[in-house]
Design a protein around this ligand. Structure first.
Ligand SMILES: Cc1ncc(C[n+]2csc(CCOP(=O)(O)OP(=O)(O)O)c2C)c(N)n1
Ligand SMILES: [Mg+2]
Length: 745
C-alpha cells in the first residue's frame, strides 16, 4: 500500500483545489460558535501546522533523523479546544494533541510551537520541556506539563490538580495556578477503559457527589480505535452520558465551530460552576497508530480510504470556503507556506546539539533549584495551642507512633501548604493512630480521608504538588502500594527527569511497612519487600527504627520536599509503632523523649550503637533485634559489636556506611527484607566494590517467601537468636580462614 502520509498530503491539495469537500457531520457554523474569521483562520493554521509536522516527522524518520512518529493526524480539531481556554489553565495532554499545543502556543509570544515540536522530534537538547529526553508535548509558559507514554496515568493527577484549586482557596494559600483555573486532561477512547481512567472518573464523580467543586474538563479524543482494536461506537457515550456528577458534552471533532462551541460550553460549566465535564470529541485517526504501525494488517484498504476521505483539514477547508472566510487559493497558500516554513525550521533544528553524556542526561533527575514557598516561624504558643493537653507531656518518653504524630503536628504548623490524607487518616487517626487528633488540630481541609483507592491517593498527591502543596499521603500498608505504584514509579518519579527539572512534585509518602507484627498475621499486613522502591532515580527511601529518629528524619524529609522538590517514601515499621521494651518486659527502653522541633537527622547520616570489630549493618526491626543480640553477645559471649542503623535505604548512605565499616574485621548484614532484591544485595555490592580491606561478610535476610499467618513467620525472618548465631559463625569462619585471604560467605 502507498505511503499514507503522502496520499493524505496530496489528497488535501487536490481536493481543496477541486473544492471537493467531504459532507459535514454537524451543522454548527462559525457564527453559531461565536468564532471570528480571524480566530477560525488561526485555528485552521494550527491544524495545518500539526498535520505537516506529522508528515515531516515521517520523512525525517525515514532518513534516520527523528525517532518517533506518533502523530495527531485526524485529531486536529483539538486546536479549537485550546482556543476556548486560557493558557494558564493547566493541560495534561494526550499524545495526539498537537493542534492544541500549537494553538495554545500562539497565546504566548515567546513560544514557537512549531519549533518546540520539531526539537522534540529530533531529540534536541534545547527542546523546551524534556530537553531531548522524550518526544512529548510540554511547556512551562504554556502550562503543559509533560506526560509519560503510559496511557491514562495522567488522569489521577489531573483530578488532583483540579481538587487543589478549591482547597487552596479555602486555605487562603498562594499557589502557582490562578484560583479560577480550569484543568484540562485529554486521552484516547481506548485509554478510557484503563483502570487509571476508570478509577479517576469514579473518584471525580464521588467528589462531585459531595458537592466538591472540580473545575476540570476531561477531553476524550475518540477516533474509534486503540492501535488495532475498535472501540464499540456508542461505548464511551453510553458510559459517560449516564455518569452522575460529570456533565457530558459531545462534539464533532471534524467541525472546528462545533468543537469550539462545545468546548466553550464545557469551560463555562467547569469554571463558573465547578462541575466536571466530559467533552467527548469524535474524530478520526489518519496514518495509522504510528509510523511503525501497518494499518493494512487489521483494516481493509477501503476502510482506510473512507477514513482518509473524512480528513478534518478538508472539513475545515469546506467550512472556510462555505462560510466565506477563505478562498480555495488562500487555503492552498496557507498550506504550502506552512510547509516551506516547517521545512526551513526543520533544517535549523537538525543542526541543534543532542544530549551527549550520561551526566548531562541525568542532570534532570532532580528538579532545578527553585524558590521554596515561605514557612511559618512556629512559636511555643502555637505549639501549645496545637498540642493542647499533650503539650506538657512532650518531654515524656513515648513510642514511635506518638513521636510520628508529634512530628507531623509540628510540621503542619511549619508548612501551611502541607496536607495529610489517605484511607482512615481523618477522624480515626489511621489504622495505627499515627495521625490521631491531626484533623481536630488542623481541620478537615488539611487532614482528610481519601476514597479507598491508592491510585487516587498518589494521583491526588501529584496533582496537589503541581499546584504548590506539600502533600503527605498515607498508604495504609506496604502491600497496597503495589496496585498504585505506577503513580510513583511511572509518574511522580519521572516528572523532573522528563521536564528537564522544570516541573516537580514534591511529596512525602508515609507507608506502614514491614513485618514482625505479632498480633496481625499474613503477608498483606507484613510485606517485607521494598524492591520496587529501590531503583527509582531521585526518590529517597527513609526508614527509622525508633521514635526520635523518626521525628528527626521526618523533619529532614519534609525540608527536602519543600526546598528541593524531592519525593520521599517514608517507611514506618509497624511492629515498632507501639514497642516499649527492648531487652526485658517493662524496661521501657524503646520509649524516648520527643526531640525538640529544631533537631534533625541529616540525609545520609547513619545511626550507630556500641563499639566492636564486628559491625552489623541493619535497619528498622533488624536494628531493634540487633540491639537485643548485642546485649546477649556481650553478656553471654563477651563479644562487642557495633550496630549501624542505615536509616536511609535509597539511595544508600554509602559514604557513612564505608566509614563505619572501615575498621571492621567482620560484617553482618541483617536485612528483614527478602534474600532477593533486598537492601542486603546493594550492601554486599557496595562492600565488594568500595571497601578496600574487605573483611569477612555475611548476610542474614528474610527468606524468598511471602509472610504466612499466625506465628509461622518466625521461620522466615531474622531473629535475635539468629543474629547471635551469625555473629558467632562469622568469628568461627574467620578463625578457619587460615590463608588470611578475604572471604565472602
Ligand atoms: C498502560 C499502557 N498500556 C499499553 C500501552 C501501549 N499503547 C499505546 S497507545 C495505545 C492505544 C491507545 O488508544 P487510544 O486511547 O484510543 O488512543 P489513540 O492512539 O487512538 O489516540 C496502546 C495500547 C501504553 N502506552 N500504556
Ligand atoms: Mg483511539
Amino acid at each position: 500500500m502507498l505511503d499514507r502520509a503522502q496520499v493524505i498530503d496530496e489528497q488535501f491539495i487536490k481536493r481543496v483545489k477541486a473544492a471537493d469537500f467531504p459532507k459535514p457531520k454537524s451543522t454548527t457554523t462559525l457564527i453559531d460558535a461565536g468564532l471570528s474569521k480571524q480566530k477560525a483562520i488561526e485555528i485552521f493554521d494550527s491544524q495545518i501546522k500539526s498535520r505537516l509536522l506529522d508528515i515531516i516527522a515521517r520523512q525525517l524518520k525515514e532518513k534516520g533523523l527523528s525517532f518517533y512518529t506518533i502523530g495527531s493526524s485526524g485529531h486536529e480539531g483539538n486546536a479549537a479546544i485550546a482556543e476556548a481556554y486560557r493558557h494558564t489553565d493547566m493541560a495534561f495532554l494526550h499524545y495526539r494533541s498537537g493542534g492544541f499545543y500549537l494553538q495554545r502556543s500562539k497565546r504566548v509570544e515567546a513560544v514557537d510551537g512549531v519549533r518546540d515540536m520539531l526539537l522534540s522530534l529530533v531529540a534536541a537538547k534545547d527542546e523546551p520541556i524534556s530537553g531531548g529526553r522524550h518526544k512529548v508535548f510540554g511547556s512551562v509558559p504554556l502550562n503543559i506539563p509533560p506526560q509519560t507514554s503510559t496511557i491514562a496515568s495522567h488522569l489521577p493527577k489531573a483530578l488532583g490538580t483540579a481538587f487543589s484549586l478549591n482547597r487552596a482557596k479555602a486555605l487562603k494559600l498562594t499557589t502557582p495556578l490562578p484560583q479560577d483555573s480550569v484543568i484540562l486532561c485529554s486521552f484516547g477512547d481506548a485509554s478510557f477503559n484503563h483502570a487509571s481512567s476508570q478509577t479517576t472518573f469514579n473518584a471525580c464523580a464521588w467528589m462531585a457527589n459531595q458537592q466538591y467543586p472540580l473545575p476540570i474538563v476531561w477531553v476524550c479524543e475518540d477516533n474509534g480505535i486503540g492501535i488495532s482494536v475498535p472501540t464499540p461506537k456508542t461505548w464511551v457515550a453510553d458510559v459517560m452520558s449516564q455518569k452522575k456528577g460529570i456533565h457530558y458534552v459531545s462534539c464533532d471533532g471534524l467541525n472546528i465551530a462545533d468543537v469550539f462551541q462545545k468546548a466553550t460550553k464545557a469551560e463555562l460549566i467547569a469554571r463558573e460552576n465547578g462541575i466536571p465535564v466530559f467533552l467527548h470529541m469524535h474524530c478520526v485517526r489518519l496514518m495509522g497508530h504510528a509510523g511503525s504501525d501497518i494499518e493494512s494488517q487489521y483494516r481493509t484498504e477501503a476502510e482506510i480510504i473512507a477514513t482518509e476521505a473524512d480528513d478534518p483539514l478538508l472539513h475545515t477547508a469546506r467550512l472556510m470556503v462555505e462560510q466565506g472566510v477563505m478562498s480555495v487559493e488562500a487555503i492552498i497558500s496557507l498550506y504550502q507556506d506552512n510547509r516551506a516554513l516547517i521545512e526551513a525550521k526543520s533544517l535549523e533544528v537538525l543542526r541543534m546539539p543532542r544530549l551527549s553524556s550520561a551526566k548531562e542526561i541525568m542532570s534532570s533527575i532532580l528538579p532545578k533549584p527553585f524558590k521554596a514557598s515561605p514557612k511559618t516561624t512556629v512559636t511555643d504558643a502555637m505549639r501549645q495551642q496545637a498540642f493542647g493537653a499533650q503539650f506538657t507531656q512532650l518531654n515524656q518518653k513515648r513510642n514511635l507512633c506518638a513521636q510520628l504524630n508529634y512530628a507531623l503536628t509540628d510540621l503542619m504548623l511549619e508548612y501551611d501548604n502541607m496536607v495529610v490524607f489517605g484511607e482512615d487518616v481523618g477522624k480515626k487517626g489511621g489504622v495505627y493512630r499515627v495521625t490521631a487528633d491531626l484533623q481536630a488540630r488542623f481541620g478537615a481541609r488539611r487532614v482528610f480521608d481519601s476514597i479507598l483507592d491508592e491510585t487516587t491517593i498518589l494521583g491526588t498527591a501529584i496533582g496537589l504538588a503541581h499546584n504548590g502543596f506539600l502533600p503527605v499521603p498515607e498508604i495504609q500498608f506496604l502491600a497496597y502500594l503495589h496496585n498504585a505504584e505506577d503513580q510513583l514509579r511511572g509518574e511522580a518519579a519521572t516528572l523532573s527527569y522528563f521536564s528537564n527539572g522544570q516541573y516537580r512534585n514534591p511529596m512525602l509518602i508515609r507507608i506502614a511497612s514491614l513485618a514482625y507484627q505479632k498480633g496481625f498475621g499474613g503477608h498483606f499486613h507484613n510485606d517485607n519487600s521494598i524492591a520496587v522502591l529501590r531503583d527509582l532515580p531521585g526518590v529517597i527511601v527513609a526508614c527509622p527504627s525508633n521514635g526520635p529518629d523518626a521525628a528527626m528524619m521526618l523533619r529532614t524529609c519534609m525540608e527536602m520536599a519543600h526546598t528541593e522538590g524531592r519525593i520521599v517514601v517514608f517507611l514506618e515499621p509497624i511492629a515498632l509503632y507501639m514497642t516499649k521494651d527492648l531487652h526485658a518486659s517493662g524496661d521501657n527502653e524503646w520509649l524516648h523523649p520527643y526531640p525538640a522541633p529544631d533537631k534533625r537527622i541529616k540525609y545520609g547520616e547513619v545511626g550507630t550503637f556500641g563499639q566492636g570489630d564486628t559491625v552489623i549493618l541493619t535497619y528498622a526491626n533488624g536494628y531493634y533485634l540487633s540491639r537485643q543480640a548485642a546485649k546477649r553477645l556481650k553478656d553471654e559471649h563477651q563479644i562487642n559489636v557495633k550496630i549501624v542503623d542505615l536509616r536511609w535505604l535509597a539511595p544508600l548512605p554509602e559514604a557513612a556506611i564505608l566509614k563505619e565499616v572501615a575498621k571492621a574485621k567482620r560484617i553482618l548484614i541483617v536485612d528483614e527484607g527478602r534474600r532477593s532484591a533486598s537492601i542486603s544485595e546493594a550492601l554486599m555490592t557496595l562492600l565488594l566494590e568500595k571497601s578496600p580491606n574487605l573483611p569477612q561478610v555475611s548476610r542474614l535476610t528474610g527468606e524468598d517467601c511471602f509472610i504466612p499467618l499466625g506465628t509461622a513467620w518466625q521461620h522466615l525472618l531474622p531473629s535475635t537468636e539468629r543474629i547471635i548465631d551469625e555473629v558467632l559463625a562469622l568469628q568461627e569462619k574467620q578463625k578457619e580462614n587460615q590463608r588470611g585471604r578475604f572471604i565472602i560467605s
